[in-house]
Design a protein around this ligand. Structure first.
Ligand code: PLP
Length: 377
């Protein structure tokens, strides 16, 4: 959503070139909505969604914890004012020397999904807390996470027993239902799996304490999404159903849902053309594309709202593409995107819902284009 603050910023500063503007007031509202709708869950912001120092400082001051995927992200969270006890190292794929560096920073909470990773942690961070990630099917997510992370629940039991044997604290289970999850009940089957892991381990005298319910909370793009309250209610009902009155500590790790709707990209129409005189669809080339930060248009997965100053005019379906010399740099073609017939070269467009997963996906200098600039206001 383009807030008045973002409009005023763009109108007065007139930044040249494509840029992202993030309104911190929206991030603050999102944090409070999560806090309010899931009051018993600790919030670990997924730093990778938008690691801008201003965003991290705001969230640290509001009391957020941080889920980090690398030592660099851990150091950013520390610099923003978070203490080590508020940071998890949630990537299941870590170099042993990075685990050691994180441990030296005081980090004591690590994700695993294999025996091999448990061995690394037992050597590089002896005695640390670990949680094991279980696979989910990603069904219903618009940006699913596939099979790359997590193991089947039965293996999670073995991994956590092994961690215990190696002197680590087997602390819990994690999962991620898939990003941009628009079904509020998607957490249910993963929580059922988590409960089964708890029961199996309890039989072996190991008492897990925590379920990390990951991210997946959506941002509104073109379609409406359920409210944070709706997610909170559905998740709490599932926790009750599966854990009864012994609900463990829970963590959520919102990334997209914390910052996505706080950002807007200002872009410019560079060219509008056709491929032949009788081509049905015009090609609209923007000064930003897949390599400038809009990587999540891959397979046309994420469909951003695009606003122009001519939105009241007659619309027609267009191909939208980026400015680079790579033929993959097409945003929407299979599913044409309606834009005003009157749209003209030089017009500015606003690409909404771009606060998450844009600046960090932007290439360094592909074709000489600068990485996406960001203004955090
Ligand atoms: C990326 C990621 C998140 C954030 O996911 P969103 O769908 O953006 O909320 C949370 N947890 C882990 C482990 C992640 O890798």
């Amino acid at each position: 959503m383009t807030t008045q603050r973002i409009r005023d910023f763009l109108a007065t500063r007139r930044p040249d070139g494509p840029c992202l503007v993030v309104d911190l007031d929206v991030v603050r509202d999102n944090f409070h909505a999560f806090r309010h709708s899931m009051p018993d869950s600790a919030i670990y912001y997924a730093v990778k969604a938008n690691p801008a120092p201003e965003v991290l400082r705001l969230l640290a001051s509001l009391g957020s914890n941080f889920d980090c995927a690398s030592v660099a992200e851990i150091e950013m969270a520390l610099d923003a004012g978070a203490t080590a006890d508020r940071i998890s190292y949630g990537n299941t794929i870590k170099k042993e020397r990075d685990i050691a560096r994180a441990h030296a920073h005081g980090i004591n909470l690590f994700a695993v999904d294999s025996h091999e990773e448990v061995e690394k942690i037992s050597r590089a961070a002896p005695g640390a807390r670990v949680f094991c990630r279980v696979l989910t099917d990603g069904e219903g997510a618009e940006w699913p996470l596939s099979r790359k992370f997590g193991c089947v629940p039965q293996m999670a039991v073995d991994v956590l027993v092994y961690a215990h044997q190696l002197g680590l604290e087997s602390y819990g289970v994690s999962f991620h239902v898939g990003s941009q999850m628009t079904k509020v009940d998607a957490w249910d089957s993963a929580l059922a799996d988590a409960k089964r892991v708890f029961v199996s381990l309890a039989k072996q005298g190991i008492h897990l304490q925590m379920v990390n319910m990951g991210g997946g909370f959506p941002t509104k793009y073109l379609r409406d999404i359920p409210s944070a309250e709706a997610y909170g209610k559905a998740i709490f009902a599932s926790l009750r159903a599966h854990f009864g009155n012994q609900i463990p500590h829970t963590i959520i790790e919102p990334g997209r849902g914390m910052v996505g709707n706080a950002g807007v990209i200002k872009a410019e129409v560079v060219l509008i053309s056709k491929k032949s005189d009788n081509d049905d669809a015009r090609w609209v080339f923007l000064d930003i594309g897949k390599f400038g930060g809009l990587a999540e248009t891959m397979d046309e997965a994420i469909r951003y709202p695009i606003r122009t100053e001519r939105d009241g005019d007659e619309m027609e379906p267009c191909v939208i593409a980026g400015p680079t010399c790579d033929s993959a740099d097409v945003l929407y073609e299979k599913n044409l995107y309606p834009l005003p017939v009157s749209l003209t070269i030089g017009d500015e467009v606003l690409i909404e819902g771009t606060g998450a997963y844009t600046t960090t996906y932007s290439a360094v200098a592909f074709n000489g284009f600068d990485p996406l600039k960001a203004y955090i206001i």
